[in-house]
Design a protein around this ligand. Sequence first.
Ligand code: CTP
Ligand code: MG
Length: 557
Amino acid sequence: RLHTIGRGSLVKCLQKVDTFLHRNIGTNVVAVQEKNGFKSLYAVHAERQEQAERSVLISCHSRTNEKNFLKYIANYGDIQKYFFYESFGMYAVVEFANQESVASLLEGTAIPSISHESLVPFKSRLLSMRNLDSRDVLNQPSIKKGQAQTSIPINELIQRLSKEESIDQQITSLTEAYQLTEENCRLRFLVCSLLKDIAASFFPECTIMPFGSSVNGFGKLGCDLDMFLDLDGISGKNATMPKSGLFLEYQMKRANFERIVTQNILSVIGECVDQFGPGCVGVQKILNARCPLVRFTHQPSGFQCDLTANNRVAMKSTELLYLYGELDPRVRHLVFTVRCWARAHGITSSIPGAWISNFSLTIMVLFFLQRRSPPIIPTLDHLRDLAGPEDKSVIEDNDCTFVSDFSKIQLESNTETLEQLLCEFFEFYASFCFSKLSINIRKGKEQNKLPAVPLHIQNPFETTLNVSKNVNASQVDRFVALCQESSWLIQQNITAPSRGGTKGNATITPWGVSTLLLPSQVAGIKSRKRRKFEPTSERIKSLLESLKNTNNQPNQS
Ligand code: CTP
Ligand code: MG
């Protein structure tokens, strides 16, 4: 066919192929990385982002007739997937089979007619379904129930876990109850995609990617949405510079430091999110932080959002955590359980302060798993040694290289159960010498540290930084005291009690992991003295009794 087309058409055709290859270069990488049954985070991102671009978010009346709703939407194209959820009202996420359908839906969407207010005429993919025929709303079957996008309350979780037969089952069940659902994950990518539409007004080639617990495999329903505005695709680094002769370059504003550029960009985009972004409320620009960010609530999804830029190291640590979580299922189970336990006792908090963060806690679990004999997961140095040339990554002088091909990683055959690991975790940190030693997942070994720092957890990539710099000594003491108590508590409640009563009204006695989530008696402990492991049957009895009181609300959101 090439013989029959003219030179002009051939050039055009080649240009199209070139664009296609550029756009889809990631897909080739994805194909390589999906081999061996493992999906790289890169592959997950590519797939989810593409789904999100074909999706819209629609607020609708809870009494909307589902069939009519879908019939109306299907006028614009084939629906690939949809779901309803409840946040502040009922919402639907609709994913079309083709992106063109979104454009055609938006074309058929009206601007609201209001008389007493004025509108910012910014069109987005956040829409509202109106029904002018009120009889339709009242007389037809409505949407059954939208899924909640938050995790179950802790008392309900304790009840659920108490019904399990073994501690291993309890831990698995906890992960299932808390982890992000498929729908919640889609919603997170959709919110990033909606935000990207705002940023793209200035930077059409930008992307906004979620990082942190939204995508690292350790996210709990209701966790914040960390977003990274990636402008790297725009940089002129890829343009070919001729050795001699004429060439054109862009005129661009300059600043003395990259940090200033980041702050300026976030400031403007933060302003746009505040002034133009439908559903975005409570926008705060926190530009003087070590990592400048814009914080806001995306009301339709209920997500607390943190938008950062130029934060590629955090992207790498997200990728690393994801990899560790994929290597062995015990990693995710243990992280979920420890995070839940820590939250129940106020070791972690949603309010910033001198507490241990979830990120620090995750690194502590990873370190513990590296210290098992044989180790359950390899050290970061080992993952770096396995890396190929394609994995090389140096960000601001930090070596962020580690292997991305999962098949190169040989795991040792550790057969410890989740129950053993949980007990050992508490033992390990109950006697860890926090005053002298630092936690280091790069080396997989404790390192000496300065005594003045209460808790030192080396940042895996920015190795001069301490991930837990904010943590004060009393928080470390509380953590140790709770590890000691929990270590003892789990030993006392290791077996499921035999079920009493007749079927249906049998009393549920908390045991195993459930007992660890009950309010602690060591909340006020300041001393680092090891608790006496005396058989304080009265204390444990009162702890267990507290669950039977349904009004009892442990410290948990
Ligand atoms: N991060 C980091 N160094 C820190 C804090 C955070 O590199 N001192 C990176 C990590 O990749 C972390 C991400 O930023 O996963 C997001 O931070 P944060 O929201 O605090 O933690 P999450 O892992 O997302 O956990 P959470 O569920 O509490 O949000
Ligand atoms: Mg987060």
